[in-house]
Design a protein around this ligand. Structure first.
Ligand SMILES: [Zn+2]
Length: 273
């Protein structure tokens, strides 16, 4: 798994150099590793782990627990690498409150079905657009979809804002260090599911704002690779082309691209976003 500007690695705190005591094992950095659920877990000697995984009879408890630890560690890396911020890590389909509101129930149902049928959507490169007013739970449901496909399907995923793409590319023009624009576009194209949030949130400065061009490039690259993209916007669907370009808007609609409308009042105070 690669970590980058968009895909963070888990934080390691209270780290110190330690030796496990087994002859021949190197010293390692022991500390507390950030877990996706907000807890912190101490890491253990990598050589001991390797020994238990590959050099211990498969029916021994030591081996079985090392296999479980290894899988949990990989899942934690994959979940944190999605870029879902701590605020949205608890977001699930079940945690999305619809009450009796038919429009909310429909939005939830479209998102849940997209996640559950992701294998087919992935193969078809089928996009999903979550469009509607701010504070209606679009990011909540997109994060629930991302978590579902990473946890259940073993896919890689990433959520970024349109603004963060522009910022990353602007940074790449300034310094010599760090990824280039083409590295950044390649990274956005590499994950199995990309969510682009807050499209059209920021006022375009005619002639100066290169966000639409960048979004077009990222969406088009993923289209060429037949990889699905979820786009979140507070704009009306017919306005989308102003923010990503007409061709990218067509790309998203192609091949049965789905639209989930979020067209009711804001529910920011209700705990969804
Ligand atoms: Zn060891």
């Amino acid at each position: 798994m690669t970590f980058s500007k968009f895909s963070p690695a888990p934080q390691l705190i209270e780290s110190r150099t330690r030796a496990c005591g087994v002859p021949g094992h190197n010293q390692f950095q022991q500390g507390l590793v950030e877990q996706f659920d907000g807890s912190w877990k101490p890491n253990t000697c990598p050589a001991c782990r390797w020994q238990a995984l590959y050099n211990t009879p498969k029916d021994r408890d030591e081996h079985l627990s090392a296999v479980a630890d290894d899988a949990a560690e990989y899942l934690n890396l994959a979940l944190i690498a999605t870029g879902i911020t701590p605020r949205f890590r608890g977001c699930s389909f079940d945690g999305y409150t619809t009450g009796d509101d038919k429009a909310k129930q429909r939005a939830l149902s479209i998102c849940r079905k997209y996640a559950e049928g992701f294998e087919a959507h992935s193969q078809a490169g089928r996009a999903l657009m979550l469009m509607g007013e701010i504070g209606t739970g679009k990011t909540h449901l997109a994060c629930a979809i991302l978590q579902h496909v990473v946890r259940q399907g073993g896919y890689t995923g990433l959520i970024v804002t349109a603004e963060s793409i522009t910022q990353a590319v602007t940074d790449s023009f300034r310094g010599n260090a760090g990824p280039s624009k083409s590295d950044l576009i390649a990274e956005l194209a590499a994950v199995d599911l990309l969510v682009i949030d807050e499209v059209g949130m920021h006022t375009a400065k005619p002639g100066k704002d290169f966000t639409p061009g960048l979004l077009h490039e990222a969406i088009d690259r993923r289209y060429q690779l037949i990889k699905p993209t979820i786009l979140i916007s507070n704009q009306k669907p017919e306005m989308l082309q102003d923010f990503i370009g007409p061709r990218a808007a067509d790309r998203l609609r192609e091949n049965g691209g789905l639209l989930a409308p979020f067209t009711w009042g804001s529910a920011r105070s209700g705990g969804t976003a």
